[in-house]
Design a protein around this ligand. Structure first.
Ligand SMILES: [Zn+2]
Length: 273
């Protein structure tokens, strides 16, 4: 009897402790731009595109509204994923993780200080915020040209406006409490998404559904049901421009009787996990 009381008391203490109360916060800012706040308050921004992002709420057009940023993850060089990278990095002093070729380009052009950019490649894992948070770089099927008309860089006359930006990638971020989020970057559906599940088994997937440049709702539903199999999904990279005007409702329909929960967010909304 006493041991049963002790077990119950221990369970109550554990339940009430901060370890169990701690959550990961996800703020979606429209398109592929997301801010994660970790259990211990580390702030990670993925693909900063705010000032000219048609879906970013007005208050976040001022990059200072993001508050402190410890780390920026870049999925590829396209300007709708990197346009505010240089300014946000210099404003916050955040470290950056991105594809190695893209890192070299940005460093050699003097846009990002070398000591700030952790260049890596698919299959690698880094922990620039300490061992509590792991960042796994995973494949994506896409292109990655960098638009050098971006802020902070003046083009020489007749120079190439577009250059290769390294391989496009996605990320799985593993937080202090074990919660794992997959951010797809821009990608088509591809069979090796099954390996992302095998290796990392993400709890939450944030996947592009807009079509034209990436998976559409039918492709995303296939990826989710057959390959990634997360518990929950937040659709991203849709509705920003007319050419990618697909909807979460289409994703829900394509998922059919799947148990995967679709969390439709409004830009500027936060959810805790
Ligand atoms: Zn892209």
């Amino acid at each position: 009897m006493l041991s049963r009381i002790l077990i119950v008391a221990t369970a109550i203490v554990l339940w009430a402790s901060p370890i169990w109360a701690a959550e990961v916060e996800v703020l979606w800012l429209g398109h592929a731009t997301v801010r994660f706040t970790s259990v211990e308050g580390k702030v990670i921004v993925v693909d900063p595109f705010l000032k000219k992002n048609p879906k970013t709420p007005a208050e976040y057009k001022d990059l200072k509204a993001l508050g402190k940023v410890d780390l920026i993850l870049v999925t590829h060089g396209h300007s709708d994923h990197t346009r505010d990278l240089v300014e946000l990095a210099s404003l916050t002093g955040a470290k950056i993780v991105g594809p190695y070729g893209y890192a070299l380009n940005m460093i050699s052009l003097g846009l990002i200080p070398g000591e700030k950019f952790v260049g890596m490649n698919k299959g690698g894992t880094v922990s620039p915020l300490g061992q509590g948070i792991k960042v796994h770089m995973v494949p994506a099927e896409h292109g990655s040209a960098v638009d050098y008309t971006m802020p902070g860089f003046t083009l020489e006359p007749n120079s190439l406006r577009l250059r290769e930006g390294g391989v496009p990638v996605g990320y799985v971020v593993e937080f202090e409490n074990g919660f794992k989020i997959y951010h797809s970057g821009d990608t088509a559906v591809f069979g090796d998404m099954a390996l992302i599940r095998e290796f990392y088994n993400p709890d939450l997937a944030m996947v592009c559904i807009g079509g034209h440049f990436t998976m559409d709702p039918v492709g995303a539903a296939y990826a989710l049901k057959k390959l990634l199999k997360p518990k929950q999904v937040i659709p991203i990279h849709y509705g920003t421009y007319p050419v990618i005007n697909r909807t979460p409702a289409e994703l829900i329909e394509a998922l059919g009787d799947s148990s995967i929960e679709v969390l439709e967010m409004k830009p500027g909304q936060t959810l805790a996990f």
